[in-house]
Write a protein that binds this ligand. Structure first.
Ligand code: PMP
Length: 299
């Protein structure tokens, strides 16, 4: 599903067939989750195929590696060029791109002295689907920032995400909501959260979350569309009293919530300010005008 006999990946400066590629089973990354990755999307825009927020994503990959001592000898320029070539070689336009920096064989807990880079890409629809989400409050909390570099996208962190997601699915929900170590609203297993009240947006302040690139884009859009936005500590009760809620992330894009623990939100998502943000995000990634003027016929 992610690759077939023809699929090409980029591995350590070479384009090779995914099906012929190997990884060492003694890799420190496989045993200890000691690797860093990214999730990026490309879009077929009005101006050709574009990798959305390419610099930001490859900057974060470097920051993630530096945070845990994984060597990172690459420049954004070479990796961005390689990614465009990868898309071309696989005939992809609207694609999901997965860079992964992983480490050589080492069974010790010392930091790596060299690393490998993989760039893979495939077609991937909306990660959380296109229907409003029924979300369940997780019994799992996000990792303690004093135990992990939570601003870094490190593979091992995602065991927490897998447990929360699985628990939600087992309980019949579409997705989980995790709190932070103090019980405040944090984020989803792979997405940031915003809620809407009286036409204004609120989102958890940095400190206990991965401050995503989509989150930053939503903040940009709020600024451009004159929507008031506040970063703060948010309680679960406050969230339950919201007019509307959405998750945002590169893979999920922007997806509204139907309910939290079976309780619906106050206004229909389609009439919310959040919906305007959802549409504006789509237009931003496609390099279109944010809120095109409606024709008289639409009004
Ligand atoms: N939080 C977590 C835990 C994530 O895994 C992701 C996905 N990278 C996000 C938030 C959203 O980040 P971004 O918008 O940069 O994809």
């Amino acid at each position: 599903m992610y690759y077939n006999e023809e699929t090409i990946i980029y591995l350590d400066n070479e384009f090779v067939k995914a099906a012929d590629s190997k990884m060492n089973l003694y890799s420190q990354s496989l045993h200890y989750g000691y690797s860093a990755f990214e999730g990026i999307r490309s879009y077929k825009t009005a101006n050709g195929i574009k990798i959305f927020k390419q610099e930001e994503h490859f900057d974060r990959l470097r920051i993630s590696c530096e945070a845990v001592g994984i060597p990172y000898p690459w420049t954004n320029e070479e990796l961005i060029n390689a990614t465009y070539r990868l898309l071309e070689k696989n005939n992809l336009d609207n694609a999901y791109i997965r860079p992964l920096v992983f480490c050589p064989p080492n069974m010790s807990l010392q930091k790596a002295t060299s690393s490998h880079i993989l760039l893979a890409a495939w077609e991937w629809g909306a990660y959380l689907g296109n229907s409003l989400l029924r979300v369940g409050l997780s019994t799992f909390q996000r990792p303690n920032p004093k135990g992990f570099k939570i601003h870094a996208k490190i593979s091992g962190h995602y065991v927490n995400s897998i447990m929360a997601c699985q628990e939600a699915k087992d309980n019949g929900y579409d997705e989980a909501l995790l709190t932070d170590m103090n019980g405040f609203v944090a984020e989803g297993p792979g997405a940031n959260i915003f809620y809407e009240k009286d036409g204004k947006l609120f989102t958890p302040a940095p400190g206990n979350i991965l401050t995503g690139i989509t989150r930053a884009t939503v903040m940009e859009l709020c600024n451009e569309m004159a929507i008031e936005l506040t970063e703060k500590q948010i309680t679960v009760d406050e969230l339950k009293a919201a007019d509307a809620v959405f998750y945002c992330g590169t893979a999920a894009e922007i997806i509204g919530w139907e309910s939290l623990d079976g309780e619906s939100f106050k206004i229909p998502f389609n009439t919310s300010v959040s919906r305007r943000i959802q549409l504006a995000y789509k237009n931003r990634v496609l390099e279109l005008e944010l809120e095109p003027k409606r024709s008289l016929i639409d009004v």
